[in-house]
Design a protein around this ligand. Structure first.
Ligand SMILES: Cc1ncc(C[n+]2csc(CCOP(=O)(O)OP(=O)(O)O)c2C)c(N)n1
Length: 715
């Protein structure tokens, strides 16, 4: 749906003609449907362009939901029951943070973010997110990290977490508490994705979706019906990583990927775009990139008003307000809303004269309306051919009352006074008596209550509880000494660089009958620098569409071979993307039940120094595999300038506790490190990963000295 430019009537030189065109279009819409109308419009635009007319591209649509009410899929759920479940989750999430901070100001935690995203999570849990089961590999959900209290509240309702654990929020000593943020080490059986460093969730989700397609295309796992859902804050979208790979998602047709941006219009300090419109801005970015964009701006209460808005006055008014104005409207009274939103035009005022101020104040936004959210999710999961982003408008601190809802301080709010508890309790109908309120008790209905039974039944239907982290892959069989043997005896007659040695080991591993197919070489456009181009032909470069062209070097032995079952992930010049893919591959044993072994080979300087936070995330996520810094060292390639002078990557690796970092000099050392690494990570299933640097200078490779392999057993 393209936005109709808001031209003042005075700019329309022939209103009658305009009306005729609009009527004709309306008739097509009614009789032949929107596709036909769209086709006719596009043909007209194309013709006009070819005749030389300048027709500017409009990346945004009107400031309303693109799915009209009559095309919304209705949720089959028990709405009243789901309403109560959401309310209990809201209450318990708020209570867990407030209680943790009651006696200790230092504990922190967040209330307002989950308060805004509650309905978006609830519909996912009740109707969409599939857990791994015999018939389904499971969806992968990247939850916004600081909304974790809401996930805990849901888990408590389902009976997965005890009240004692809830009371120990942020005090995870002796396994009796729960961590502030999603963390696969602190809560190993629960969290899959540590998402708190903003921007890293979105880019990792994109590469995870691509990796699922890769696994499927190579026949390693059936991932056809699995989806990746990623929740992001609207403030978070300012991180370069959040938007940095959205083009790739379209190129790769990642229709297994759904982003949900919780547009509560606020970040930590204040509005995300006080003077602008973040939803429209994000729509332009995603639409421009080719994503399927679903805006969930207005709730059902607004449907009738929009329906009656035949001359577009209301939609025009919706479009002209900036986010700072909306933020204020949402926290003010109904009378204020009437006067300041509708009061600019008597015709607008007339539209709402049948509604009381109280009714006006309660008009819901799309992101808080379960029906709208359900319809958007349903449309997203059924969409094919491109990724989907849902831009849901919400209120930060929804339900927190006058002091917390939509205020600039709300992000940091951790304490709730008795009056606020009472307002919250009454607004969401939590069955707690007044005289108990000051204790801020949790509310969990009994196990046999309709609410608890419903949550459990819904999860059963969807394959089980979520999130859940489990080691699903079996232990790998030890691989033979054969691959590594030649490197132990040295090559004294010729000089070889350790970069060449590494490449040779990878090439040999790829040929290994047992584990060859599990090796995943990942390269950000430096294969030729490291002498890896022979692999192009040997195992091919993964491409979701194969190779649609005859490569220019087809007549050479090592031509650039792309294939649907290609094994190399040639990422182009994106270290952030490459390490995200490394993480997707490296977490395969747990997330996909398959032991793939990634080797991410990069220009050493552009490894840990460039993408250190993602390397940290890999450690947090218990990813396995090898990070290989090629052409490292302070003395080599000096002529190329200081940006290739890496002698310090190991210092950067040092703080990551489960990253084993090596700076080998000789071929036999590299062979031992890789053989031992595979054994520890995949045979013993230790949750560690490796980084090693390899050099550019060729030198004589000695044989391994007698006894050097002790005390480490190699098999
Ligand atoms: C890289 C990074 N910088 C800063 C933070 C601290 N931080 C945590 S939440 C937050 C605000 C988030 O705002 P938004 O993304 O809009 O999400 P909301 O809480 O409003 O849903 C900030 C700055 C962080 N977690 N990661």
């Amino acid at each position: 749906m393209s936005a109709v430019p808001q031209l003042p009537a005075a700019n329309d030189p022939d209103a009658l003609e305009t009306q005729e065109w609009l009527d004709a279009l309306e008739a097509v819409l009614e009789r032949e449907g929107p596709e036909r109308a769209h086709y006719l419009l596009e043909r007209r635009v194309e013709k006009a362009r070819r005749s030389g007319a300048y027709i500017p591209f409009s990346a945004t649509t009107a400031d309303i939901n693109p799915i009209p009410p009559h095309l919304e899929e209705r949720s089959p759920g028990d709405h009243a029951l789901e309403d109560r479940i959401r309310s209990y989750c809201r209450w318990n999430a708020m209570v867990m943070v407030a209680r943790a901070n009651k006696n200790d100001d230092e504990l922190g935690g967040h209330i307002a973010s989950f308060a805004s995203v509650g309905t978006l999570f609830g519909q996912g849990f009740n109707h969409f997110w599939r857990a791994p089961s015999d018939t389904h590999g499971g969806d992968l959900v990247y939850f916004q990290g600081h909304s974790s209290p809401g996930i805990y509240a849901r888990a408590q309702l389902e009976g997965r977490l005890s009240e004692e654990q809830m009371l120990n929020f942020r005090r995870e000593v002796d396994g009796k508490g729960i961590s502030s943020y999603p963390h696969p080490w602190l809560m190993p059986g629960f969290w899959q994705f540590p998402t708190v460093s903003m921007g890293l969730g979105p880019i990792q989700a994109i590469y995870m979706a691509r990796f699922l397609k890769y696994l499927h295309s190579r026949g390693l796992a059936n991932t056809e019906n699995r989806k990746v859902w990623c929740f992001c804050g609207d403030g978070e979208m300012d991180e370069p990583e959040s938007l940095g790979a959205i083009g790739m998602a379209v190129r790769e047709k990642l229709d297994n990927l759904i982003f949900i941006v919780n547009c509560n219009l606020q970040r930590l300090d204040g509005p995300v775009r006080g003077n602008g419109k973040i939803i429209q801005e994000l729509e332009a970015s995603f639409r421009g990139a080719g994503w399927n964009v679903i805006k969930v701006i207005w709730g059902t209460d607004w449907d009738q008003l929009i329906e009656k808005d035949r001359d577009g006055l209301l939609v025009k008014r919706m479009g002209e307000l900036c986010d700072g104005q909306y933020q204020k409207l949402f926290v003010e009274s109904g009378a204020y809303f009437r006067q300041n939103f509708f009061g600019t035009d008597p015709r607008l005022l007339k539209m709402v004269e049948h509604l009381s101020d109280e009714q006006l104040a309660k008009m819901r936004l799309g992101g808080h309306d379960p029906l709208k959210v359900y319809a958007a999710y349903k449309a997203a999961v059924e969409h094919t051919g491109s990724p989907t982003v849902i831009l849901a408008k919400t209120i930060k601190g929804y339900g927190l009352g006058e002091s917390g809802e939509g205020r600039n301080i709300t992000h940091q709010q951790k304490k709730i006074n008795d009056a606020e508890l009472m307002t919250f309790r009454s607004r969401f109908g939590i069955p707690i008596e007044d005289d108990k309120l000051h204790e801020a008790p949790f509310y969990r209905p009994p196990d046999d209550s309709p609410e608890v039974r419903y949550t459990r039944e819904r999860r059963k239907q969807l394959g089980g509880y979520l999130p859940e982290r489990k080691m699903r892959a079996p232990k790998l069989e030890p691989s033979g000494e054969e691959v590594f043997k030649e490197f132990f005896s040295g090559a004294e007659d010729r000089k070889v660089s350790t970069t060449m040695v590494l490449v040779r080991i990878i090439a040999k591993l790829l040929r290994d009958s047992k584990i060859g197919k599990l090796i995943v070489p990942i390269i950000p456009d430096e294969a030729r620098t490291f002498g890896m181009e022979a692999l192009f032909r040997q195992v091919g470069i993964y491409s979701s569409v194969g190779q649609r062209y005859e490569p220019v070097d087809m007549d050479t032995l090592l031509y650039y071979k792309e294939a649907k079952d290609g094994q190399i992930l040639e990422e182009g010049i994106t270290e952030a993307g490459s390490i995200s893919e490394f993480i997707a591959a490296g977490t395969s044993p747990a997330n996909h039940g398959i032991n793939v072994i990634p080797f991410f080979v990069f220009y050493s300087m552009f490894g840990l120094q460039r993408v250190g936070d993602l390397a940290w995330a890999a450690g947090d996520q218990r990813a396995k595999g090898f990070l290989c810094g090629g052409t490292a060292g302070r003395t080599t390639l000096a002529g190329e300038g200081l940006q290739h002078q890496d002698g310090h990557s190991h210092l950067l690796a040092y703080p990551i506790p489960n990253l084993q970092s090596y700076d080998p000099a000789f071929a036999y050392e590299i062979a031992v490190i890789i053989q031992e690494g595979i054994r520890r990570m995949y045979v013993e299933q230790e949750d560690i990963f490796y980084s090693l640097t390899v050099m550019n200078e060729p030198w004589v490779q000695p044989a391994m000295p007698e006894g050097a392999r002790c005390p480490m057993p190699l098999q």
